[in-house]
Write a new protein. Sequence first.
Length: 211
Amino acid sequence: MENNYQLTRIHNYVAGLMSKEEMYEIEREALSDPFLQDAIDGYKLQRGVDSHQLSLLQQRLARKIEAKAVDKNRRFYNWQRLTLGLAAAVLFLVACSLILFKHLNNTKVEKNTDVILMEQEMRINTTVFDGTDATPQQGWEQFNEELNSEIRDFDSAGEIQLTFNIDNGKPTDILISSSNSPELSEIVSSFIQQKVRWTGGKAGMIIVVSD
């Protein structure tokens, strides 16, 4: 129906049966539609032919218009499918990236947890001498845990015996009476003097480091 209407408009335009406004309208459309302009030019070349020839021309023109519409729809749907395909591909890549990122984060957390657990593996055992009234302000359990962190780079076993006095919460006159490792003696002495606050007046202990 639409094709017949278009053919009628072209015929009326070529035959001069349109008003000026109608002619202006179809000419404006022809400027943006090369196929319409070709149809108008073809009609002009066919002026004077009989009705049978004109009918054949109209049929060919109708088939061309219909083919053009089909081709336009096909291209539209092809672009639509391509757009949907690209969108699906992008969503797939984003989903894969998120899964990979989550997996890498979980792996990192597991590795960090393993490192923390390794660092928290207790290698320290502290035995207090009889008559000792000194106590770390954070408690002996926390004392052992913090000292355990201090010796994380000390990769062998060791044992150290020491005594010291306490003045205003700080150790004084640290005396190491027995040690099988100068490195361990230095680590423990520095830790007791610089990183621990004490209560009481006198301390004596044996610190054993296992492998």
